[in-house]
Design a protein around this ligand. Structure first.
Ligand SMILES: [Zn+2]
Length: 340
């Protein structure tokens, strides 16, 4: 888990808010019922290299840029004052996801809604597709380090006429727990031929905001980074204050791949690299508030979405482990006091 630093520099966090936060801000306009063409609230001059996957930082960014949060209503869940206890929140969407959480979960609402939104961003555009009357359910708690943790979440979408689900579970053989749907498919998509073999979570997509030009992977410092394709290392460690240790590889098809915020480099400028070769270890250097990899693809002046370039795949549980997973789903559903 990411440990939030003590003595938090609020303003810095506000400026370094993650793309999800900015997304949520787009729908958090208190006077508007989240119209499909909601104006983009570009509150922070986010540089292309600016990322903050930390959920705590995310919450602070919202708190710093948005209006004061309303008091929870009387029928809201008790705000979490101590870590460790799972809490269940169930609510109908009224104005926006952010407002729904603010009304029902107290002081950690913004962090919680950011973490919740990440679970379903693959299947639903929460800016465009969320409708009044959609139903949100979440089983969550605060970790000892103050991070929001979700054990299970559901979203009943009127537009799609179905309930999206996500259960936190570590599949046998996986290095990290991830989120799985009730049908045994993973909630998040993965890049084919990914630069990282395993990681905790994709926390930011290229499409999330116009000023962020890559995709962010939350992963511990020291994760092996592999070049997905053969190419030549064109430069390293440029614009260090923003990018930290960084590597740029020109793939043989002309695409320029940029890998930022690294810890240790394993390739030098001018080197020829082969597909799958480890070219660096990921880190938390430059303008970065939590360990993660920023992966960016450019062709000429054009920014390319790694999702389009790589293609994606969705993992599913094997039949051998499905029964175990179903047991966990039943246990979590019971905790959610949920009927569907
Ligand atoms: Zn990034």
């Amino acid at each position: 888990m990411i440990q939030p630093p003590l003595g938090k520099p609020w303003l810095l966090y506000a400026l370094l808010g993650s793309s999800l936060v900015l997304n949520l801000m787009m729908v958090s306009n208190k006077d508007a019922p989240a119209p499909a063409d909601a104006p983009v609230a570009e509150a922070a001059p986010a540089a292309e290299t600016t990322t903050a996957p930390s959920t705590v930082a995310a919450a602070e960014a919202v708190a710093g840029l948005d209006a004061p949060l309303p008091e929870p209503t009387v029928d809201a869940a008790e705000p979490a004052t101590a870590s460790g206890e799972w809490q269940f929140m169930e609510a109908r969407v009224e104005h926006s996801l952010a407002r729904t959480f603010q009304k029902n979960t107290g002081e950690h609402a913004d962090a919680l809604s950011a973490v919740y939104a990440r679970l379903f961003m693959w299947d639903i555009d929460l800016r465009r597709d969320l409708q009044k009357g959609d139903k949100v359910r979440v089983l969550w708690r605060l970790s000892e380090t103050g991070d929001v943790e979700i054990a299970a979440a559901k979203l009943r979408s009127r537009k799609y006429g179905k309930t999206l689900t996500a259960y936190h579970w570590q599949a046998p053989g996986d290095e990290y727990p991830s989120f799985w749907r009730a049908d045994g498919m993973e909630a998040g998509l993965r890049l084919k031929n990914s630069p990282l073999d395993s990681y905790e979570q994709i926390t930011s997509l290229l499409k999330d905001r116009p000023t962020h030009r890559g995709m962010d992977f939350k992963t511990p410092v020291g994760t092996a980074l592999r070049t997905p394709k053969a190419g030549n290392v064109t430069r390293v460690n440029w614009n260090w204050a923003a990018n930290g240790n960084c590597v740029e590889v020109q793939f043989d098809d002309g695409t320029l791949a940029k890998f930022l915020h690294l810890d240790e480099l394993k390739a030098t400028a001018g080197a020829r690299v082969q597909p799958g070769q480890v070219i660096a270890l990921t880190g938390n250097t430059g303008r970065s508030t939590a360990p993660h990899l920023h992966y960016q693809l450019d062709k000429g002046s054009k920014n390319i979405d790694p999702i389009d370039y790589h293609g994606t795949e969705r993992r599913h549980l094997t039949s051998e482990v499905t029964e175990t997973f179903k047991g966990e789903v039943e246990r979590l559903n019971a905790l959610m006091k949920s009927d569907t």
